[in-house]
Ligand binder design. Structure first.
Ligand SMILES: *[C@@H]1O[C@H](CO)[C@@H](O)[C@H](O)[C@H]1NC(C)=O
Ligand SMILES: *[C@@H]1O[C@H](CO)[C@@H](O)[C@H](O)[C@H]1NC(C)=O
Ligand SMILES: *[C@@H]1O[C@H](CO)[C@@H](O)[C@H](O)[C@H]1NC(C)=O
Ligand SMILES: *[C@@H]1O[C@H](CO)[C@@H](O)[C@H](O)[C@H]1NC(C)=O
Ligand SMILES: *[C@@H]1O[C@H](CO)[C@@H](O)[C@H](O)[C@H]1NC(C)=O
Ligand SMILES: *[C@@H]1O[C@H](CO)[C@@H](O)[C@H](O)[C@H]1NC(C)=O
Ligand SMILES: *[C@@H]1O[C@H](CO)[C@@H](O)[C@H](O)[C@H]1NC(C)=O
Ligand SMILES: *[C@@H]1O[C@H](CO)[C@@H](O)[C@H](O)[C@H]1NC(C)=O
Length: 664
């Protein structure tokens, strides 16, 4: 096993699951992935988890097969049991503090353009994006005016007094300015974390600066991270319990109230427990939920299982192949959410949103072949919609470094970014699709339909706005290339046994999330478009968008939608519902690809093309891919295609960024 640095704690229990953040990962240092050549082969496997080539076997289709045709009967009004109204930014991201300079950019004047493109695609669908910067590494992070080497973030290897020998992070204001600049380009809202490693010597610098720089784009400040694991981590004495955390929360609230730089001291988030050593109820028993006027949102963090044994030799060994089926049915998301249903109800009574602040397929980096598979994409989509149905208000998928399998998106290793590009994981597609499923109205309500007699391989949800059904999300977890496990859902609105007049439209629009198998590792398509394979993405969907038009049978009051095995389909029941989710062509603002000094890697595009491009056309890409040796045009031919007066776009340099806005 490779040396992977220091564990933040020893993972001991096989019955509780918790997050482990690793430090000193190769992905957090400049390192060379391998040999890149001008002729291609850029995706040569390097050994980093993020590019692990393990492909598992898809589970066999159930025997005997289930029904391949079943009804989905919806009411045109009067439905009960739906979730609270939700927004299209529901499935956001949690970015580990220690990798923020890899994912977002180097500093306020060097923002990663693929990251902007990814966020822009989400914002165009769901209205806005929410991102938490934090994690275990927030706890010891310290704001310093500057660092000697000019970097915005680095590990303080000189300070090894920490019991786990975790190098604390030092960061400069540039990190917060970078977040602010990102929000100038795309509608991204932020959560930050107030360090709580020492509640008697609070370091509130990040709160002061974030409020000043981010303004109302700062939507919450987390107080401590996973306090229920503090004892295990040896960060608190063994007697530390929920009442002690409650007291520390009060101390932070008091200190913020006394801090004249803090304009908003009532945007605090707690208790942020891992649901490892404490249950949520243990915290609610202290009165925490209702006693603090500064508490604006309630949060928990959880991963359904862990892969710590394979990664670090601690905990319970888990075989990815044997574990794979536990992600591939509707019970999975339901069982993760079940321990929080009471909390969701209490939070609703208290008028506080409940957030799943950090989650993903498995702690300790996820599983090879699971976390990076199409199956994980279906799983995160179902789990996300299940949280929505269960009255969570948001959920944040965790982003680690190069050494995790579960990243929604992985930037290329540090200094390779002029010729290696981003790797987009399956769960990013889940976030994109949840954004479309909920759309931008802020009033989407989700209902778990359990169609097909509750068959766990074929779940479905309906999304309502103003009481009327507007979208239907349908899953098929089965892999069966024969086609025998494809199913047809017959969607009916009103009519028949419901006692309502039939309200089935003449036609509906359907987008499909597709791959050949749940075990497929890349090249997934959403409405025909893809982020490709490892190292292939600049954050824009590629290919032609394909939206199926299904002609309904209004006489029999049904719209028949075919859902492949495996696959997922999102049916838009009205044109307005499609428009609210971003429309037929992607209206995302797109950003030019980072240009450095080398002309062969310089993306160039005429401003007028940027101004009208939908950001998805192959044409735009041909103008200047940065992927050397991957079918990109040479600098010379790229330039030759351009009209006089074109601009070569730099990376997003302060004040010099060029942004194309396409309004379709
Ligand atoms: C940001 O990073 C870039 C690339 O490393 C560097 O050239 C630039 O000077 C940095 N800007 C600031 C403000 O630190
Ligand atoms: C908390 O973290 C800071 C910054 O890393 C460190 O200087 C300090 O010693 C830590 N305090 C405790 C009690 O661990
Ligand atoms: C479905 O998922 C649950 C929860 O992960 C798991 O316990 C169960 O074994 C799975 N069922 C099948 C048929 O794979
Ligand atoms: C979510 O909240 C709504 C509104 O209070 C309620 O009707 C519904 O039953 C809740 N859903 C769940 C799964 O508890
Ligand atoms: C990347 O950085 C490493 C370490 O600083 C260096 O050895 C290597 O030459 C760099 N590679 C490129 C392509 O710049
Ligand atoms: C949705 O809510 C956000 C945040 O409050 C707001 O900025 C946006 O305008 C709302 N959208 C609609 C369509 O009301
Ligand atoms: C993705 O598609 C490319 C181009 O068709 C192909 O070369 C590659 O093998 C595919 N990757 C996977 C993991 O299917
Ligand atoms: C980025 O942040 C810096 C520091 O706040 C600021 O001077 C600059 O104008 C910002 N650039 C953009 C493009 O917003």
């Amino acid at each position: 096993m490779r040396v992977r640095g220091v564990l933040s704690f020893l993972f001991l229990s096989s019955t509780t699951y918790a997050t482990v953040t690793t430090y000193g990962l190769p992905g957090q240092e400049p390192f060379d992935l391998g040999t890149a050549t001008a002729s291609g082969a850029v995706a040569t496997y390097s050994g980093s988890a993020a590019y692990d080539p393990t492909v598992l076997n898809a589970p066999a289709p159930p025997a005997p097969p289930g029904p391949t045709n079943f009804p989905i009967q919806l009411l045109s009004s009067g439905t009960t049991g739906m979730s609270i109204p939700l927004s299209g930014n529901f499935l956001g991201f949690s970015i580990e503090f220690s990798v923020v300079n890899q994912v977002l950019g180097k500093n306020s004047t060097f923002i990663n353009v693929p990251f902007l493109n990814l966020m822009s695609s989400l914002a165009s669908r769901g209205g806005r994006v929410q991102i938490r910067v934090g994690g275990n590494t927030q706890e010891t992070a310290t704001l310093v005016p500057s660092l000697p080497d000019g970097k915005a973030l680095e590990k303080d290897h000189s300070a090894t007094s920490n019991p786990t020998a975790t190098p604390p992070l030092l960061f400069t204001p540039e990190i917060i300015y970078m977040m602010g600049n990102i929000s100038n380009f795309v509608n991204v809202e932020w959560y930050i974390g107030i360090p709580l490693n020492d509640s008697t010597n609070l370091r509130l610098g990040i709160a002061d600066l974030s409020q000043a720089v981010l303004g109302d784009r700062l939507i919450g400040m987390q107080v401590g991270n996973e306090p229920d694991l503090y004892v295990r981590h040896e960060h608190r004495p063994a007697t530390y319990g929920p009442a002690d955390y409650d007291g520390e929360f009060s101390a932070v609230a008091t200190a913020l109230a006394a801090d004249t730089n803090i304009k908003r001291n009532n945007i605090l988030i707690g208790p942020n427990i891992a649901t490892g050593d404490w249950t949520p109820e243990m915290v609610w028993d202290t009165g925490f939920m209702t006693k603090h006027p500064e508490l604006s949102m309630v949060s928990v963090e959880h991963y359904p299982t862990d892969n710590c044994f394979a990664q670090f030799g601690v905990g319970t060994p888990r075989d990815p192949q044997a574990t794979f089926p536990t992600y591939l049915n509707h019970t999975s998301g339901q069982s993760i959410v079940a321990p929080y249903l009471n909390t969701a109800n209490l939070a609703q009574q208290a008028g506080k949103p409940l957030i799943m602040f950090e989650t993903n397929t498995a702690s300790c980096g996820g599983f090879p072949g699971i976390s990076d598979s199409f199956g994980a994409g279906l799983w995160a989509l179902d789990y996300g919609l299940q949280m929505a149905y269960s009255n969570f208000s948001a959920a944040l998928l965790h982003v680690g470094g190069q050494d995790v399998y579960y990243n929604p998106f992985t930037p290329p290793p540090t200094n390779q970014s002029t010729f290696r590009q981003w790797t987009i994981g399956p769960v990013f597609y889940s976030s994109l699709i949840v954004a479309e499923a909920l759309g931008s109205s802020n009033k989407s309500q989700v209902l778990d339909l359990n169609p097909n007699a509750g068959n766990i391989m074929t779940p479905a949800y309906a999304i309502y706005e103003g009481g009327a059904p507007v979208r239907v999300a349908m899953f098929n977890y089965i892999t069966d290339p024969s086609g025998a496990s494809d199913y047809t859902a017959s969607i009916a609105i009103g009519g028949g046994q419901t006692g309502q007049p039939g309200a089935t439209p003449a036609q509906i629009k359907v987008k499909h999330f597709s791959a050949s198998s749940v075990s497929q590792k890349a090249n997934f398509t959403w409405a025909g478009q893809t982020y490709g394979d490892n190292f292939q993405s600049d954050g824009r969907l590629e290919g032609t968008e394909t939206i199926e038009t299904v002609t309904c049978d209004q006489t029999n009051n049904v719209c028949n939608v075919l859902v492949k095995a495996p696959g997922f389909a999102l049916a838009f029941l009205t044109d307005a519902a499609l428009q609210s989710s971003g429309g037929t062509a992607d209206a995302a603002t797109t950003f030019s690809t980072t240009a450095r000094t080398k002309t062969h890697n310089t993306a160039t595009v005429p401003p007028e093309v940027l101004a009208t491009s939908n950001g998805h056309g192959g044409e735009f890409r041909q103008l200047g891919s940065t992927s050397k040796g991957k079918g990109s045009v040479s600098g010379a031919s790229g330039f030759a295609r351009l009209a006089p007066g074109v601009v070569a776009l730099a990376s997003v340099i302060a004040g010099a960024a060029v942004v194309g806005r396409a309004f379709v």
